[in-house]
Design a protein around this ligand. Structure first.
Ligand code: 9MR
Length: 393
């Protein structure tokens, strides 16, 4: 049985999963089946279809590449977007709104407006929040990257930032991506492009975790990266580093794989094995930024085969997470193509999310929903002590 770690979420979800209206043939269970009190089979929304204690999240669009598009801030102004975000998801991750350049635009000035709004939205909609991110080589403000600071000043700046930001949202953030993308694809620490590691040495990473833990002892603290879905040089580097830090007593709680996948490449079939080896170290694991892009034909419309393959990648990623006990948080990097970062960063590629720009559900959406339902059904069977559960196909 899956471990149920997030009691508050489990309760919130349970409240939403009480049986649907009965008494009308249309709303009742299919003939020959009894509606179990915790049955998830009829749930259409991802958050409700999920097993108890398993959160399904989305990035919250705003900042970053959105600032250069010809639409207003999606999270603030797109009502349809907000509606779907609230209905479908039990976790939210600010896509850019908690990054340094956004939340700390000048040395002595923070701008918490959008981060506050997201945290308030999450509370209102009984969602948890993944904080992203505290120590990264990218999206740092100019005052920081171009500043002429001594090592002692830089250290004080990072400490103050982490204490302030993590402290402000203490008790309201379930997981923090404390260190983001600190290794390159060869598994070497980014000693040149990461200002913190370059100026202060690798030991600063442990300090970041210690300061974050002090500011919010309840938040689960993660390493997060891309191209670490499978077992490879980069994920090996994390595996070694985490063991070293745990031995030193550094408060590291989790390892997460972003999951920016492309159908151009094969699916990382060893994802479950990789998550499992971090699970075996006692860490939580998570999928934090899943999207599945593809090369679009001239027409801009993907073929049926491309859509099928995309759905398969989404499903296999979710299944791998569901199969690992401590993987209880699964986040997609936005749900609609309307706001995807993909076409902006990869020419000729797109269609990466589970809904079209018009919020129409793709096969990938249904693949996620049905996989969640099936996992919930298996959990329910186990809880009732019956042996009627079938393995996922
Ligand atoms: O989706 C984000 C986009 O809006 C920003 O312009 C971009 C800038 O680097 O960052 C994107 O999010 C990244 C995330 O923060 C870390 N992992 C990779 C994501 C996609 O680039």
């Amino acid at each position: 049985m899956r471990s149920i770690r997030f009691a508050t979420v489990a309760l919130a979800t349970a409240a939403l999963t009480l049986p649907l209206v009965t008494g009308s043939a249309a709303a009742g269970p299919p003939a020959g089946r009894t509606a179990a009190p915790h049955s998830h089979a009829q749930h259409d929304r991802l958050r409700e279809a999920a097993p108890e204690g398993f959160v399904v999240g989305s990035a919250v669009a705003g900042g970053g590449h959105h600032l250069e598009q010809d639409y207003p801030d999606p999270f603030t102004y797109d009502r349809e977007y907000r509606k779907v975000l609230a209905r479908q998801f039990s976790s939210v991750s600010p896509e850019n709104q908690m990054k340094w350049d956004h939340i700390h635009p000048e040395r002595d000035r923070y701008d918490f407006r959008q981060a506050d709004a997201i945290v308030a939205f999450a509370r209102h909609n009984k969602q948890v929040v993944r904080g992203h991110t505290l120590l990264w080589h990218s999206q740092n403000p100019e005052w920081l990257e171009q500043g002429d600071f001594s090592k002692a000043e830089l250290r004080a700046i990072l400490r103050e930032h982490i204490t302030t930001v993590v402290g402000r949202y203490a008790g309201k953030i379930q997981q923090w991506d404390v260190a983001n993308e600190i290794f390159d694809d060869q598994g070497e620490l980014r000693t040149q492009d990461n200002i913190w590691i370059r100026e202060l040495g690798p030991g600063i990473v442990a300090d970041a975790f210690r300061w974050a833990h002090k500011a919010d002892p309840r938040a689960k603290l993660f390493f997060n990266d891309y191209n670490v879905e499978g077992v490879n040089a980069k994920s090996d580097a994390y595996h070694a580093l985490v063991q070293d830090l745990l031995r030193q007593g550094v408060p590291v709680d989790g390892f997460s794989v972003q999951g920016h996948l492309s159908t151009r490449y094969g699916f990382p079939g060893d994802l479950e094995d990789n998550l499992s080896r971090f699970d075996a170290l006692g860490l939580e694991t998570a999928v934090t930024e899943l999207d599945v892009r593809m090369d679009l034909p001239e027409t801009g419309e993907p073929t049926a085969e491309q859509q099928r393959k995309q759905a398969e990648y989404y499903q296999r990623t979710l299944e791998a997470c569901l199969a690992v006990d401590g993987c209880n948080s699964f986040t997609i990097w936005g749900f609609t193509d309307k706001y995807s970062w993909v076409p902006v960063f990869f020419e000729g590629e797109g269609y990466a999310n589970v809904m079209t720009g018009d919020y129409e559900r793709k096969p990938a959406f249904y693949a996620l929903r049905d996989t969640l339902r099936e996992a919930a059904r298996e959990d329910d069977c186990e809880k009732r002590g019956t042996r009627h559960g079938h393995g996922r196909t």
